[in-house]
Write a protein that binds this ligand. Structure first.
Ligand SMILES: [Ca+2]
Ligand SMILES: [Ca+2]
Length: 107
């Protein structure tokens, strides 16, 4: 499984794994086009609160992970941006509430 990605909070996301790639259309006169595409890396789009590597379910492991980091902000050793679910730079009740909101969800 690829590395843990930031949880996606946007409402129009489709959850799952994605491969990152790009393609550049040839410009007039371009001869070498074999390097016009590039595939590099994968990302995971997860349900908010699914922050453990056992993605696709929000369970007690996710709750415990956030709870262990409660009150933490950078650059504390326990800081993990994945536990900062609302991305406000601190792990607090809002983040715990987000995990609790989706607790038990399997997707
Ligand atoms: Ca999980
Ligand atoms: Ca937060």
């Amino acid at each position: 499984m690829p590395g843990l990605a930031r949880p996606c909070i946007a409402s129009n996301c489709t959850y799952g794994g994605y491969t990152i790639w790009a393609y550049a259309w040839p410009v007039p006169g371009e001869i070498l086009t074999s390097d016009n595409n590039r595939t590099d890396g994968e990302i995971l789009v997860l349900w908010p609160g699914d922050i453990r590597l056992d993605y696709r379910k929000i369970d007690v492991k996710d709750v415990a992970y956030v709870a262990k980091r409660f009150g933490v902000s950078p650059p504390a050793p326990l800081w993990d941006p994945n536990a900062d679910i609302n991305n406000d730079g601190k792990i607090d009740t809002k983040d715990v509430a987000m995990v609790a909101r989706y607790f038990g969800l399997v997707y």
